[in-house]
Design a protein around this ligand. Sequence first.
Ligand code: ADP
Ligand code: ZN
Length: 748
Amino acid sequence: MLTPAPLRPEKLIVNVTIPLTILAVAIPAPLYKTYDYLAPNMSDTTSIKVGQRVSVEFGHRRVVGIIVEIKESTDTPIEKLKPVMQHPTDPVIFDATLLGLIRWAATYYCHPLGECLSAATPTLARKNAALPDLESRRWKRTDKEFSGPSNAKHQRQILDFISDSNEGVWQETLKLLKATPKQLAQLEEKGYLSKTDSLAFSISASSSEPAKKVALNSAQQTAYEKLKPLKGFAAALFEGVTGSGKTEVYIKKVADCLQQGKQALILIPEINLSPQTFARFQTQLSTPIALVHSGLSDKEKYRSWLMAKTGLAHVIIGTRSAIFTPFDNLGLIVVDEEHDSSYKQIDGFRYSARDLAVKRAQLEGCPVILGTATPSLESLYNANQGHYQHVRLSERAGAGKLPTVQLIDIKSRPLTDGCSPPLLHRMREELAAGNQIIVFQNRRGYAPTLMCSGCGQLLQCEHCDARMTVHSYPPHMHCHHCDYKQAIPAACEHCQCQEFTPLGAGTERIEAGLIHQFPDVDVIRIDRDTIKNQNALNQALDKIHSGRPAIIVGTQMLSKGHDFHHVTLVAVLDADGLFFSGDFRAIERGAQQLTQVAGRTGRGEKAGQVLVQTRIPEHPLFEHVIAHDYHQCAEIELEDRIQCLLPPHAKMISIRAEAKNQSANIDTLQRLHSALLDALPPENEAQFIGPIEASMARKQGFYRSYLTLINHSSTERAALQRAIPSALQLVKTRGVRISVDVDPHEYI
Ligand code: ADP
Ligand code: ZN
């Protein structure tokens, strides 16, 4: 029999305080702090993890928050702590790196952490419901030769796609090819396909063999080699003229990444580019690719999210919010068209997905490639400062040649629905030669202004200090700032005159004019009013890709990234409108838009031409546009910005107040100014501009004013970012909404 060892004296001291497990939870509410809760009353709390969802009582509501810290002590009196409502059982939503990124973003963008996390959580997971499972079916091609009817094009396409993969293709992925489960089951029944239902699948090198390789030309090959190998963090600005074949270089880098058993994230600026980008990646990389964009249902988005998180999808192609996709093993981020302003979220959690991509790459320890023909001055500045590697491609790939650019002086020329006689003449010639034409006008609707023919009054929006746009399909007035719509008035409310004149031309008017001028040609309009969904876009793109003579009228929606091979003429109807506005970024944006839209021609075998209508052809800017020298133009503009102490050299934070009366805004912002001065160290030299009224002082019934903060170093900026949240708490005023925009894209 064993005799118990004598107890040592220290073991006799009984510890009566049982250690508590306290969870710091970020709540989706506009509050700059986290809240402490007690972990569920249980002996084993090891299954509770940072980054998990948890359901808690907040005020009188039950909300879903995210656990951001697990600790043993709290400043809150213990008796006031509430237990969490349910034991968290889900897998972690945010791993340490992603949580780190969002914490960084919350601090940098001065936005409440709970709201940032909520924005980064898939909608399905924001509710207090169990997370759905992923379908796990994979389809493989059998050896049986396809003997379907010759018109079974879609079936053949599905089978060819599946045969490219050794491991089989996920049913999820096949949905992107519009393959329905019923269709797949039929192909299985006929013996062409077999299926497996298992999730046991991981990234393996064999899946990364490109199916149909495009051989890089020597310039692309050099760029590919210059871009650093995929090892550790590195940021590169990849500047290649439109059509220089940047996408092929991305694909080769992604193939390398897959070869290493890692995943890649490709950010694109617009949903409407996703089918094209998806098709190009998918035909060259035989690997599961998932899409993330706002055109998907919540369930589809959740599916892509889970596929990335579990490593089932090897490549994610997505728009802005895809920067928050969780990955099993991320090895590369590509931001295509990095200059594009759609990467900036302009309300709520105002982040830049491009800038977060660089931060994320740094945290993940992987490279990031920022590709564009027209670099943002921010990226160019970072490259010039040596923070980013700078790789350039200056020639078009394949058969394409850069188009010639000519100006048409429209100072004293009559315009017919926006088009000058020499332009119409050239259009006639191109159409007769069987070619396609792009007509670019960055204004939708029929006319931007409606004027009373009697007294000259311009029709204003009731809710904004802005003019209303005339629309003709159906006829109505529409405010593009607040979305307010009204009927076209029967009579002027000032002089009772019943006649109105539409001034200027939007895409609808141009379309109508061109249909009148060229009744036998297809006129395809591409703007937010005609392209409301993927189907509408596909129909328009099918017409364009058919190659039949056509005129494509559109806004900037048309100018981005598309690869049209039959367009030989691009007409820019109002170049001056692109360059001249109150924003200090106007020249940068105008030059980018002009270069991008010009880049849509000359991409096939035939040479391209760009005609630019302007009233000031002598402006030096046009010299760069004609010479295809966006780069030079950007360098000059950057020098000016440095001289004027403007971004990207200096950094800007803009704080907006909105209220039913302007004096409440000004008063709140003045107090905020003082609160910030009190909180900042005396040596901080940040400059304060304002408060001043916004250039459109009233929008959607609210008056708006701004306080702008300019700072010149990262220490100065960090001090401001630390001071802003508590200063905002101090000056909180009923009826005044305040929002902070760090690195804003719109200046007042
Ligand atoms: P970017 O992304 O730089 O605008 P793309 O990658 O879209 O350019 O390429 C423009 C066109 O040139 C596409 O039609 C593409 O298929 C073609 N292309 C790209 N690289 C090559 C190549 N090495 N050989 C032949 N054609 C190419
Ligand atoms: Zn309005």
